[in-house]
Design a protein around this ligand. Structure first.
Ligand code: ADP
Length: 368
């Protein structure tokens, strides 16, 4: 009978000879998850490499070569490349969140466009590429992150030197806190508003985040007073706007972009969600909510389109079952799209941070 073991996998991977990947230090401990059924292999492996499609292909091709009977290979690569993440230098952020390199808001003009789904999958995608990531669920209208990340425990607390600290929950390599753990869902929103900005402040100051490359905030949808207060409370590196392609959603996405402009928070880019649907039986593409909306708004408001995510029932199932798509189905096309969006986002963060550093240099030059 066809059989694969951890050690035959390691022996196979050690045969790869390529500059991008160092397999000489691989041991059985490098395999963090191993599930093998007759024809399918699910593998999670810790490697010192950058996580790119090239590296994934090298590994998958080598495994297919050595184990020709394998039909499906689900591969997750855990890397340690986060030292390359640039830092947003900002006095307010450093005072409130000294261990956090960057803070990113995920926002939308309208509810139901997939903002939380995008926030969760982007967080997991960044973590898969080796970054240390935290996620704060600030959506008072419908805090859904605990459901989407499959954990709804009460956070533990401990007595630190001067204050009590909360320990964030952790799953899929990301740390998270949710307003849903503190606010009673039955309370009217008028009560929840002031509680939200208080709770977000507490999530920044009283949670033991440790060192993070990215702390992502899933904001409530819309551009009202609650959102404006939150945006001004959080020392943001930048914001990502999620929209669907149709005009009725774009109208509100424009308002969200303008809100960030008003408070001088850079918009890092737009994610167009539910861009199209590919029928699984025919392969035909349907533009259910129209097409080109994301591109249009980016041109109009001079910002970057980070990518377009199709409608796929597996994305919805991933949310409902608490296993984000990018983690649960690593080889899906949608996962590749989400990984690509997270890499474009990283590029935008780096551009913003290097532009900010340039500005400081000019100021010093003027003083001489
Ligand atoms: P928001 O945070 O904007 O209110 P959610 O992320 O909660 O939106 O998404 C609303 C619903 O749509 C959820 O059930 C989610 O699983 C689903 N959904 C979001 N994006 C997609 C997608 N690309 N394909 C299929 N379902 C999606």
């Amino acid at each position: 009978m066809f059989e694969i073991t951890k050690s035959t996998v390691i022996n196979s991977l050690k045969k790869i000879s390529n500059d991008k990947i160092n397999t000489s230090s691989l041991t059985l401990n490098s395999i963090r998850k191993f599930e093998f059924t007759t024809e399918d292999l699910s593998l999670e492996i810790a490697l010192s490499t950058t996580n790119s499609e090239d590296v994934r292909s090298l590994i998958v091709n080598q495994l297919k070569k050595d184990f020709a009977e394998l039909k499906n290979i689900n591969l997750n690569i855990l890397t340690k490349s986060s030292s390359k993440v640039s830092t947003h230098k900002d006095a307010k952020k450093d005072a409130i969140l000294p261990g956090v390199k960057n803070t990113i808001a995920v926002a939308s003009g309208k509810g139901g466009v997939g903002k939380s789904t995008v926030a969760v999958n982007l967080a997991v995608a960044l973590a898969k590429d080796g970054a240390s990531v935290g996620l704060i669920d600030a959506d008072i209208y419908g805090p859904s992150i605990p459901l989407m990340l499959g954990l709804n425990d009460k956070p533990k607390v401990y007595q630190a030197e001067n204050s009590v600290k909360m320990i964030p929950l952790e799953n899929y390599g990301i740390k998270f806190m949710s307003i849903g753990l503190l606010v009673d869902q039955k309370d009217p929103i008028i009560w929840r508003g002031p509680m939200a900005s208080g709770a977000i402040k507490q999530f920044m100051t009283d949670v033991d985040w440790g060192e993070l490359d990215y702390l992502i905030f899933d904001l409530p949808p819309g551009t009202g007073d609650i959102q404006l207060t939150l945006v001004q409370t959080i020392p943001l590196t930048g914001a990502v706007i999620v929209t669907t392609p149709q005009e009725v959603s774009l109208i509100d996405a424009r308002k969200a972009l303008k809100m960030f402009e008003r408070v001088n928070v850079p918009v890092l880019g737009v994610v167009e969600n539910m861009s199209y649907f590919i029928a699984p039986d025919t392969g035909n593409k349907y533009d259910i909510f129209g097409s080109g909306g994301g591109e249009k708004i980016c041109k109009e408001l001079n910002t970057t389109l980070l990518g377009g995510i199709p409608i796929d029932p597996r994305i919805r199932q991933g949310g409902d079952n608490g296993v984000p798509m990018v983690f649960g189905i690593p080889d899906a096309n949608e996962t590749k799209i989400l990984m690509d969006i997270s890499r474009k986002l990283t590029d935008q963060v780096n551009i913003r941070n290097s532009n900010a550093a340039d500005k400081i240099e000019i100021l010093l030059g003027d003083e001489d």
